[in-house]
Ligand binder design. Structure first.
Ligand code: CA
Length: 229
């Protein structure tokens, strides 16, 4: 198996070098880009398996980089943000980032997130399930598992790969409250409960795209998918 490629986009050289060193030590092939235009060019040229992308960049920012790269080819993106800014996070998820990490972060955490991204990407490209189980219908919600498409009341919603996985998870057990920690472990593949805000952000994305009434919050516990009549 050839080494998997990760593109690291970060203008702060010490951070870029530390991230690259850690990923190389784990057997990844790593390329570094230091600004927006260089990142888009490198993604086109090297076709990475995953991208670690800082939001604050010279040229144009990480959100624009993500938008441009995702428009050409779907690739898992881990966004790095300087502060826990909800707006940045929501825009990041809207332009196709799958996960985010707030600075400062540990290299152990970064590595865990990159591995989880790649695990999900591999799972998503696995052969589709048999035809009988390809459609999931719950009230006015229609999920096509094979084509990874979602319609609500006949209107298609554009979900990111992670939003789709999260929705399928909730839809698999409608009206059941699923704890955030469990969603984090099952959808993201990691058990570190400090990442439960990642779950919250993606739930916000699903509500924005599919309607606020679809998912119920059970405060202090988790979320449940409500089936509409
Ligand atoms: Ca930066």
């Amino acid at each position: 198996m050839t080494a998997r490629k990760v593109l690291v986009v970060e203008d702060e050289r010490t951070i870029a070098d530390a991230v690259a060193a850690r990923l190389r030590a784990e057997g990844f092939e790593v390329e570094i880009a230091g600004d927006g235009p260089a990142a888009v060019e490198a993604a086109r040229r090297t076709q990475p398996d995953a991208i670690v992308l800082d939001v604050m960049l010279p040229g144009f920012d990480g959100l624009e980089v993500c938008r441009r790269i995702q428009a050409e080819r779907a690739v898992p993106v881990l966004m790095l943000t300087a502060r826990d800014d909800e707006t940045d996070l929501l825009i990041g998820l809207a332009v196709g980032a799958d996960d985010y990490l707030t600075k400062p972060f540990s290299m152990r955490e970064l590595s865990a997130r990159v591995h989880a991204l790649l695990r999900r990407a591999t799972r998503n490209s696995a052969p589709a399930a048999p035809a009988a189980s390809e459609m999931l219908r719950l009230g006015d919600l229609e999920i096509n598992l094979a084509e990874r498409r979602v319609l609500r009341a006949g209107v298609e919603a554009q979900l990111t790969p992670t939003e789709f996985d999260l929705l399928v998870h909730l839809a698999g057990r409608p009206r059941t409250v699923l704890p955030r920690e469990r969603l984090l472990a099952e959808v993201w593949g990691w058990a570190d409960a400090s990442g439960t805000r990642t779950v919250d952000s993606h739930i916000k994305g699903l509500r924005r795209k599919l309607g606020a009434d679809l998912i119920r919050t059970v405060h202090g516990v988790g979320y449940a998918l409500e089936v509409q009549k």
